[in-house]
Write a protein that binds this ligand. Structure first.
Ligand code: ADP
Length: 267
């Protein structure tokens, strides 16, 4: 893949063809490198919970213990197995999101209903953390897409907003629409994200140092890259605005209909 066609400089037709092939080869090489590094990162992240499970089992087998001693170790194993399960599910979602829109039939997804359900789903968690969860959801907003994936975007954003907002804070979800697009915004007044980190939050496995350090905010660093991949597959955009120490806004804009290839060709 390192080979490239030489340019002749005398034959325009040939040079254009060579240029196209060379650029294609560059893209294939980039794609392979991206897959390789994703696999390496995924293996690295999987290793952490697996090593923890192994070490708890080794400790349990090492000597006789009280029933409580075994119970504590089993609980650690259960805890790490759950982390492993979350990670594997997220990896699967990440790998299927970009292709599934081409494979699955598009559904009319009632975003208003999906957003209402997600807010209801998080009401209990928010209450237990004394976070005020408000919503302002425009009625009857429908987009074309995959319901399961779009719901996942809403729950990931709400989950983060609540996770990264200290007790007593406030999280608000709003859903509005224009003639052409739906706009979902999740706002919190939580820990916020520094300008350098804002550029990186959508990268796979990225977690800000503050997030890594806090024990109560376990995560994989995959949630936002899953959101981005799903939103992009639906022809939309996702963005983040934040101030460290003041809070964050995550905004998703989705087209109300996705143009088909024919629509696009007809302008
Ligand atoms: P995870 O939450 O599993 O770590 P995400 O991909 O969902 O992974 O988010 C990546 C990182 O972006 C988080 O680790 C955190 O540092 C930061 N982040 C995401 N959402 C917020 C938010 N609402 N407020 C502050 N930081 C956030």
């Amino acid at each position: 893949l390192d080979e490239r066609l030489p340019y002749r400089g005398v034959d325009d037709e040939f040079d254009r063809l060579a240029d196209t092939i060379n650029r294609l080869l560059d893209r294939i090489a980039e794609f392979i490198e991206e897959r390789r590094s994703f696999l390496a990162d995924a293996a690295h992240e999987l290793r952490t919970p697996i090593a923890a499970i192994r070490s708890s089992v080794e400790v349990a087998l090492d000597k006789d213990r009280s029933e409580q001693g075994y119970r504590d170790l089993l609980e650690q194993v259960l805890d790490e197995s759950e982390s492993l399960e979350v990670l594997v599910n997220q990896l699967l979602l990440l790998s299927e999101a970009p292709v599934s829109l081409e494979k699955s039939p598009l559904e009319r997804v009632a975003l208003s209903a999906a957003a209402t359900r997600s807010v209801e789903m998080f009401a209990g968690v928010a209450e237990s953390r004394h976070i005020r969860l408000d919503s302002s959801i425009g009625p009857g907003i429908v987009v074309l897409g995959i319901r399961r994936h779009l719901s996942q975007v809403i729950t990931n954003l709400l989950d983060n907003a609540i996770k990264y907002t200290p007790e007593g804070g406030r999280v608000t979800l709003s859903l509005t629409s224009s003639n052409t697009s739906a706009r979902l915004k999740v706002t919190d007044n939580g820990v916020g994200i520094s300008p350098e980190d804002q550029r990186r939050v959508f990268e796979r496995f990225f977690r800000a140092d503050r997030a890594r350090q806090r024990d109560d905010t376990r995560g994989t660093g995959l949630g936002l890259s899953i959101c981005q991949s799903i939103v992009a597959a639906h022809g939309g955009e996702i963005g983040c605005q934040s101030r460290l120490g003041h809070g964050s806004d995550f905004t998703v804009v989705l087209p109300l209909t996705i143009p088909t290839v024919d629509d696009a060709a007809n302008g």
